[in-house]
Design a protein around this ligand. Structure first.
Ligand code: HEC
Length: 110
C-alpha cells in the first residue's frame, strides 16, 4: 500500500506549486510575518493597514499591495526571491518568505 506516500507527495506538489493556494490556503505564519515586516520592511513600507503614516512615498503600503488583484502568492514570491533596485537584498529564508507573503495576503479584504 502506497497511499501514505502519495498523500505526502501530493502535499509537497501542492505546496511547491501553490496552485490557486493564494486564496484558498493560508501561506506561512501571519503573526510571524507581521513581526518580520515590522522589523525589516517598515522603514520603507507602511506594513500595518491601520497606519496612515510612516514608510516612504516610493514604497507601496502592504495594504495597497494586498488590494491589487495582480498581487498573488506567486508574484510576491518571485519578487522577494530576486534582488531589486530600491530595495535591499534581504536573503530571506523560505519560511521567512512564506510568513511575509502570508501576512501581506492576510491584509486582503474580501
Ligand atoms: C529600503 C527601502 C525598502 C525596504 C526596507 C523594503 N522595501 Fe519593498 N519596496 C521598496 C520600494 C522603493 C518599492 C517600489 C518598487 C520599485 O518601484 O522599485 C518596493 C516594492 C515592494 C513590493 C512590490 C512589488 C510589486 O509587485 O510591485 C513588495 C511586495 C515589497 N516591496 C516587499 C517588501 C518586503 C516584504 C520587505 C521587508 C522584508 C520590503 N519590501 C522592504 C523599498 C523597500
Amino acid at each position: 500500500m502506497n497511499l501514505g506516500r502519495s498523500v505526502v507527495a501530493a502535499a509537497i506538489v501542492a505546496g511547491t506549486m501553490g496552485i490557486g493556494a493564494a486564496q484558498a490556503q493560508q501561506v506561512g505564519d501571519v503573526a510571524a510575518g507581521r513581526k518580520l515586516a515590522g522589523e525589516w520592511c517598515s522603514a520603507c513600507h507602511v506594513v500595518d493597514p491601520g497606519a496612515t503614516r510612516g514608510g516612504t512615498d516610493l514604497a507601496p503600503p502592504f495594504a495597497t499591495l494586498a488590494a491589487d488583484p495582480r498581487t498573488t502568492e506567486f508574484r510576491l514570491r518571485a519578487f522577494l526571491m530576486t534582488p531589486h533596485q530600491n530595495m535591499p537584498d534581504f536573503r530571506l529564508s523560505r519560511s521567512e518568505t512564506d510568513d511575509l507573503i502570508g501576512y501581506i495576503l492576510s491584509l486582503r479584504r474580501p
